[in-house]
Design a binder for this molecule. Structure first.
Ligand SMILES: C[S@@+](CC[C@H](N)C(=O)[O-])C[C@H]1O[C@@H](n2cnc3c(N)ncnc32)[C@H](O)[C@@H]1O
Length: 159
């Protein structure tokens, strides 16, 4: 199964890129974490609505090119569902048993368009705080890796 991380922002600071790769490379062959970085819309005089709409269209295109038959959509949102690591591991087991890939979607500085959020199968909150999108990308990779170790009894996670 593949987990596709669709994230707005193609130019991340080196620390974020390094930390993301550090966790992404730990995933086993049966659960690949793939990143599709989507170009952030140039701000100019555009409204937040226009920025989010343009980025939303790119996210949709990335989702279509990843899996034509559709994927489970998990939208990352500070107002989303709060989960413990063990609860996230339960979700991961469910996703893995579904026979389709899953996409985790992270917005840019303005967030995700409400129309895109409305297509989510579920939402996920990483913190009660608003995180910069680079942080969200790294925390999510670590959280998913940790959840996977729970499903396998790997000693990385200790309750
Ligand atoms: C800087 S935040 C955007 C904040 C924007 N004001 C909003 O309302 O979404 C960039 C992206 O990071 C992700 N994000 C930020 N904080 C998060 C959190 N606490 N939990 C989950 N995702 C978060 C979301 O996908 C968000 O679209």
């Amino acid at each position: 199964m593949r987990l596709l991380l669709v994230a707005v922002g193609q130019r991340m600071p080196a620390w974020a890129e390094d930390a993301y790769q550090d966790f992404a490379k730990r995933f086993p062959p049966e659960l690949r974490l793939e990143l599709k970085a989507v170009k952030a819309e140039t701000r100019g005089s555009k409204t937040a609505e226009q920025l989010m709409a343009a980025e939303g269209a790119r996210i949709e295109a990335a989702l279509q090119s990843f899996a034509k038959s559709g994927v489970r959509r998990i939208v990352l949102d500070e107002r989303g569902t709060r989960r413990t690591t063990v609860e996230l591991a339960e979700r991961l087991k469910l996703w893995m048993g579904e026979g389709r890939d899953a996409a985790l979607i992270i917005g840019g500085p303005d967030g995700l368009h409400p129309d895109l959020k409305a297509t989510a199968d579920e939402t996920l909150r990483l913190s009660d705080l608003t995180l910069p999108h680079a942080f969200a990308r790294v925390l999510l990779a670590e959280g998913l890796y940790r959840a996977w170790t729970v499903t396998t009894g790997h000693p990385y996670h200790r309750e």
